[in-house]
Design a binder for this molecule. Structure first.
Ligand code: 5GP
Ligand code: MN
Length: 352
């Protein structure tokens, strides 16, 4: 999965770099946060480099603890674009983590393109834009970017396949990203994923504490919002698709913070005959769409075809543009239902 030669080349590049930065995709999730923290910590604590994290925009409060447990500086490029730009101009080596093309960093894309440093990709999405990077570590045969980065770090000469040599906050961050991207071991689990979990546990990661922070620290209004979504926002189509549209008033009514509906899209898939769950959230001038599917149905295909997006076979995302796709947000529900029913009919011969 990771060629030794390329791992050693990266190690040489780390040696010769002075300033190292780690970036991930916009709206960071647990996997993105986990790998920027682990990469920057490794560069700083194990290799003595000036290393920090640049986020395209702020991480949601629910995963802030991953950053808080690490002695690292984090630049939020949306609120500090000048500082991010200045740092990128001085960066010798740039870790590009959990995205397959620079455009997934949205507002940070141009600044990344003009970064003079070497760009190293570590990612688990299909079809990486190889020409945008100087060195690519890319595989879809892993749970998460954190798992791939873990395998890469094990190949660094100072770590030499011994996870206990990783700084504990880096090991914890990697466990965290793997845990969230597998939905706590419910999907995308490979033999190597469990090996990683086992080795990180042995290395001292407190998984109980992690699970407590990730899954038992909810705000009550998030649970109340889930209640309203399930009782009156989710519609179940007879072709096995669940469609949910959350408008701005939903977010206001429950005083939800950015990222607080993360994971909602997974819930309808727990219903027996639902094979695909589509959740759209209203934003200014568009809706952001999340898709999740059971094996045998490609969420990615529908994201590419109908929602200007992409992602993984079973977890993908995209958007509905106003006015390009629909005239107003109130038409989103009917639009998605129509697109989804056609998709199931044409690809899986499932009629309404
Ligand atoms: P989420 O539903 O959690 O926002 O996104 C799930 C997955 O879909 C992400 O991990 C990412 O791979 C992919 N994804 C989300 N939004 C987009 C998008 O706008 N474009 C592309 N190409 N992929 C996306
Ligand atoms: Mn990921």
């Amino acid at each position: 999965m990771i060629e030794r030669e390329n791992a050693l080349l990266l190690s040489k590049w780390i040696d010769s770099a002075e300033v190292i930065s780690a970036v991930c995709h916009a709206r960071p999730d647990g996997d993105a946060a986990g790998c920027v923290v682990a990469a920057a910590l490794y560069a700083s604590l194990c290799r003595g480099k000036d290393a920090l994290i640049i986020l395209p925009d702020a991480a949601p409060a629910s995963i802030q603890f991953i950053f808080d447990q690490a002695p690292l500086r984090v630049i939020d490029a949306r609120s500090n674009p000048l500082e991010a730009g200045e740092r990128l101009r001085r960066t010798d080596l740039l870790f590009c983590l959990d995205f397959n093309t620079l455009s997934r960093t949205e507002g940070l894309e141009e600044a990344l393109r003009s970064c003079p440093g070497r760009k190293v990709l570590v990612d688990h999405h299909q079809a990486p834009a190889l020409e945008e990077f100087d060195l690519c570590f890319s595989s879809t045969g892993v749970s998460s970017a954190c798992e791939l980065l873990y395998n890469l770090l094990l190949q660094m000469p100072d770590i030499d396949s011994d996870a206990s040599r990783l700084p504990l906050p880096a090991a914890t961050a990697l466990m965290c990203g793997m845990t969230t991207d597998t939905n706590n071991f419910a999907n995308s689990v490979f033999p190597g994923t469990l090996r990683m979990a086992s080795e990180l546990l042995a290395a001292g990661v407190d998984r109980g504490d992690l699970i407590d922070k990730l899954y038992f620290s909810e705000r009550p209004n998030r649970i109340a919002a889930q209640g309203e979504m399930l009782s009156s926002k989710m519609s179940l189509l007879s072709c096995g698709v669940a469609v949910t549209v959350l408008d701005k008033s939903f977010y206001e009514r429950h005083a939800l913070l950015d990222g607080e509906t993360e994971g909602f899209v997974n819930i309808p898939l727990t219903i027996k005959d639902i094979k695909l769950s589509i959740l759209a959230r209203e934003e200014d001038g568009r809706l952001r769409v999340s898709l999740r599917s059971k094996r045998g149905v490609s969420a990615r295909e529908l994201a590419v075809q109908s929602f200007h997006g992409g992602g993984h076979e079973q977890a993908s995302g995209g958007k509905i543009l106003i006015p390009d796709d629909i005239a107003s947000p109130s038409l989103a529900q009917a639009y998605i239902e129509d697109v989804a029913a056609r998709f199931m009919r044409e690809n899986y011969a499932i009629e309404k």
